[in-house]
Design a protein around this ligand. Sequence first.
Ligand code: ADP
Ligand code: MG
Length: 253
Amino acid sequence: MTPAVQVRRAVKSFDGVRVLDEVDLTVHPGQVVALIGPSGSGKSTLLRAINHLERLDTGVVSVHGELIGVRAHGDRLKELGEREILRQRSRIGFVFQGFNLFPHLTVLDNITEAPVVTQRRPKARAREEARELLARVGLADKAAAYPRQLSGGQQQRVAIARALALRPEVVLFDEPTSALDPELVGEVLGVIRDLAAAGTTMVVVTHEIAFAREVADAVVFLDRGRVVEQGPAWQVIDHPEHERTREFLRRVS
Ligand code: ADP
Ligand code: MG
């Protein structure tokens, strides 16, 4: 089976410091992978590389078997044009910590913007789908609201609906609940849990270890730019093999 996402030997440095150091990651279709690790370990950089927001120094990223960044040890094997990057990025949904909704657009227009403008889908159909997605995230009554009129949890649920509107093959979440008040975390995790049950392929960066244990098929522990440990969620979280994993889990649990 072709992996939904495959990262091989990803290397990225900032100012001479390796923040991704030969990282491998494989996500199969329908799989939920939780990416955990200390602050600064390279989790966001890895997600951003998958989505072309960050260019690797060397390494390979492919989405559904299609190579998107090939740079083997300095040799420039393939350089993607901006148009190709945009096309491939539209196959990947991205949900940020800070929601990043367009403040001047209604909830419905936030969701239809990319399908209509980038994917050139008919507006009426896009609006119909947006309403279905809003119902799915429990916000059927908020189509006409503006982001500032919503709670953080509601805004993040709109951001998830917006990501899904592109019909992505994989959705990447970068600490989707970290900016939320504690009482709003559950409603967002609940939406992600529903997506997992529906078979959505996802990579979720999270510090919610109990959630990762429950929802993720696989957990990857990243520390200082390296994959220290990975495996089934129960194994990595309940029976970590490495001291660094154990120490991290003690701190966040
Ligand atoms: P995490 O998401 O695990 O907290 P990041 O991927 O955001 O970690 O960052 C990994 C390291 O790379 C950190 O030390 C961070 O300061 C550094 N870093 C990330 N982005 C940049 C950038 N654009 N310029 C310089 N350093 C960066
Ligand atoms: Mg981060």
